[in-house]
Ligand binder design. Structure first.
Ligand code: HEC
Length: 121
């Protein structure tokens, strides 16, 4: 992405998304979401979790893992991660249950953030 700031890329991809589809469509659960391919670099990955399926169905269109790795990332601890997941599913009007929010937060934690485990629930 030579010469392009991450923020610009994000804004552009979000604009593209906004032009291509409505929020209602984003919020719509994909009928029969295809089973995600397991990357060859992750041979120990078990069957896809609910959190992973939810994230890949509803969230990944707008941002990929680069965003979660960036230096200035917002999430600093488990509570912050849960808050961000809650905020983003609200923004996309997904009306996830608390359990689904936690599933997606767990998915992101086990694949990206690797924060101290939440202890309970
Ligand atoms: C409309 C585009 C868009 C969608 C859809 C979207 N995100 Fe995001 N997300 C962003 C942008 C842009 C940022 C970084 C800027 C910000 O946080 O305000 C971000 C940041 C985040 C962060 C914080 C990353 C950090 O800095 O550590 C998390 C966690 C996150 N999103 C989770 C989700 C989840 C879960 C979903 C699905 C429910 C989702 N996002 C859907 C655009 C989106």
């Amino acid at each position: 992405m030579a010469g392009m700031k991450l923020a610009e890329v994000l804004v552009l991809s979000c604009l593209a998304l906004a032009g291509a589809t409505s929020w209602a469509q984003i919020a719509q659960p994909a009928p029969q979401a295809p089973a995600p391919r397991v990357a060859a670099s992750a041979p120990l990955q078990p069957a896809p979790t609910r959190g992973r399926l939810l994230y890949e169905t509803h969230c990944i269109a707008c941002h990929n893992s680069q965003m979660h790795w960036r230096d200035g990332r917002i999430v600093r601890d488990w509570t912050g991660l849960v808050e961000q997941v809650r905020r983003w599913q609200e923004r996309a009007r997904l009306q996830w249950s608390e359990a689904d929010i936690l599933e997606v937060a767990r998915h992101l934690n086990s694949t990206i953030y690797r924060l101290a485990p939440p202890g309970r629930a």
